[in-house]
Write a protein that binds this ligand. Structure first.
Ligand code: GLN
Length: 535
């Protein structure tokens, strides 16, 4: 899958939708993303650069599109599903140093392109999949994408009918002329043809319905069969896109062009159930998300989506309010948080905005409002409790103040020898054992869970007895290392902090139980408080 004209057209959503349709027809499918930047992975990028950093079960810091892949397909991705130019070059340079190319000049073609092709085929070679959808990041024409497109060109020759190119473009609507314009699409297909790739299927992203004659014109100019020119119109929810693409037979076109026999319709019963619930929910649940990246809609993508899954299954419409932690003070907190049904304290790094999180947490704790702290949010729960309940006013994380006298959150032992920043956090899924009578165990319906992590700092167990005596219980820990993974205030209606990120594992068909439990508590609280649940 390639993209043209502009970025951010939602290639990941189209790839995920096609995967959903093929899965619902009984095929085994996975999706991978190739990012043309030189970073080894997005773990070192801040959210302003690239939105949220997603984490796979095997501990890879990945592009946020992998989150979409998992939420649409219910299939867990791994390190092999996200490869950057940096990884490709690193591997080629390592081979060169080892002497694998001894005597030869190492070049972009064939060595870099061969390494790209090897990675493209890696997942397919496992034998676990019938289809591997490969999303090429960036836009056709970018200097950085050129080696990837050359690899795609070669692969199409090697694989014949077993390879197919879906190209996503944009059809702008010019208000002044009151016209949709297909010229940028024609140009971007030309550019693709110039590098030797003829797209088989076009998906035209548009804000206004494209009339059939215009689609036919695009087919004619771009050498694509008319039925294979489809459009992706703006829809109220991304989860509707598979249905919209199915209505235009995207799945059938792909199967036909690849010579794969098919019959009948994809089984989208559970998917449709979810959509029906999403559309028919009338009452709202109002959640506040306290963080420092409120102006970026992609920074907390997985939390946002997890909440939307959970709200849907609780028959509610999610109203998510982003609350800027840097602007939260003791004098405005009441006005900002009152009226919410529940509050989430966001993950994060560094000092900026952290004091606002303490302000929010104190208010939430004292008003007994359902509260979920995630990663840094959980660490803030611990610090706020230490400062205001244990009477340790200078309690902190050594991340924020290395000289704090009360390091209730401290660097993990295994991190003390780490000096490289990339890929060295505690990453990926770890087991967590929950106390049977905890809110978390009740939510999951089990006492052993596996959730994903991304952190360097951790609850300092030297303080555990003092916290527990004062009412903050450590209800979840890693069975091997005894690291504290979940804290709770059992005498509160729902006040839970997780060192792990439950948002990475929530999917449309399998919403994360902790978010469901949190929202149920929020709904009950809202009703008790007499919050208006209609708007
Ligand atoms: N900064 C904290 C740590 O490294 C929390 C990380 C996070 O919220 N993902 O431990």
């Amino acid at each position: 899958m390639t993209g043209g004209v502009v970025s951010s057209l939602g290639k990941g959503i189209i790839a995920s939708s096609l995967a959903r349709l093929l899965l619902s027809r009984g095929y085994r499918v996975t999706i991978q993303k190739f990012d043309p930047y030189i970073n080894i992975d997005p773990g070192t990028l801040n959210p302003y650069e690239h939105g949220e950093c997603y984490v796979t079960v095997d501990g890879h810091e990945a592009d946020l599109d992998l989150g979409h892949y998992e939420r649409f397909t219910n299939i867990q991705t791994t390190r092999a599903n996200n490869v950057t130019t940096g990884r490709i070059y690193q591997s080629v340079i390592d081979k060169e140093r080892r002497g694998d190319y001894l005597g030869k000049t190492v070049q972009i073609i064939p060595h870099i392109t061969d390494e790209i092709k090897r990675n493209v085929k890696l997942l397919g070679n496992t034998g676990d999949y019938d289809f591997v959808i490969t999303e090429i990041g960036g836009t056709v024409g970018d200097i950085e994408s050129t080696p990837f497109l050359e690899a795609v060109r070669q692969l199409r020759w090697e694989l014949g009918r077993n390879a197919l190119c879906v190209h996503l473009t944009y059809v702008p609507y010019l208000k002044a002329a009151k016209e949709l314009k297909t010229k940028p699409t024609q140009h971007s297909v030309k550019m693709l043809q110039q590098v030797g790739i003829q797209p088989d299927v076009l998906v035209l992203r548009t804000e206004k319905e494209i009339p059939p004659n215009m689609l036919r014109k695009v087919a004619q100019f771009c050498n694509v069969s008319p039925e294979a020119v489809t459009q992706s119109l703006d829809v109220p929810t991304i989860y509707q896109v598979p249905l919209m693409m199915h209505a235009q037979k995207l799945d059938e076109i792909v199967l036909e062009k690849m010579g794969v026999p098919y019959e009948g319709e994809p089984d989208l019963k559970r998917w449709n159930n979810f959509l029906d619930k999403l559309k028919s929910a009338e009452k709202v649940v109002r959640i506040g998300l306290v963080g420092k990246y409120v102006e970026l809609q992609d920074a907390y993508k997985s939390i946002n989506e997890s909440l939307s899954h959970a709200a849907t299954y609780c028959d509610r419409r999610l109203k998510l309010e982003y609350i800027h932690s840097e602007k939260l003070t003791n004098s405005n907190v009441d006005e900002r948080l009152r009226g919410l049904d529940g509050v989430i304290i966001a993950p994060g790094f560094g000092q900026r905005g952290i004091e606002g999180k303490f302000v929010a947490l104190k208010w939430c704790r004292e008003h007994d409002i359902p509260t979920l702290g995630i990663c840094l949010g959980m660490q803030c729960m611990v610090i706020e409790f230490a400062r205001n309940v244990l009477g340790l006013p200078e309690a902190n994380s050594t991340e924020m103040n290395p000289h704090t006298p009360d390091n209730v959150i401290d660097l993990m032992e295994e991190q003390k020898s780490v000096s490289n920043m990339g890929g060295t956090m505690r990453l990926g899924a770890y087991e967590c054992v929950l106390l049977p009578d905890s809110k978390a165990a009740e939510a999951y319906g089990t006492t052993t869970v596996k959730e994903r992590h991304r952190h360097r700092f951790e609850f300092n167990s030297d303080y555990r007895d003092r916290f527990e005596a004062a009412g903050m219980k450590c209800v979840g820990e890693n069975p091997a290392t005894h690291l504290v993974e979940v804290v709770e205030l059992p005498d509160h209606r729902w006040f839970v902090g997780t060192q792990y990120h439950p948002e990475y594992s929530s999917t449309v068909l399998d919403p994360n139980p902790l978010f469901i439990s949190f929202l149920n508590a929020a709904i009950t609280y809202g009703a008790e408080q007499g919050h208006d649940d209609n708007n």
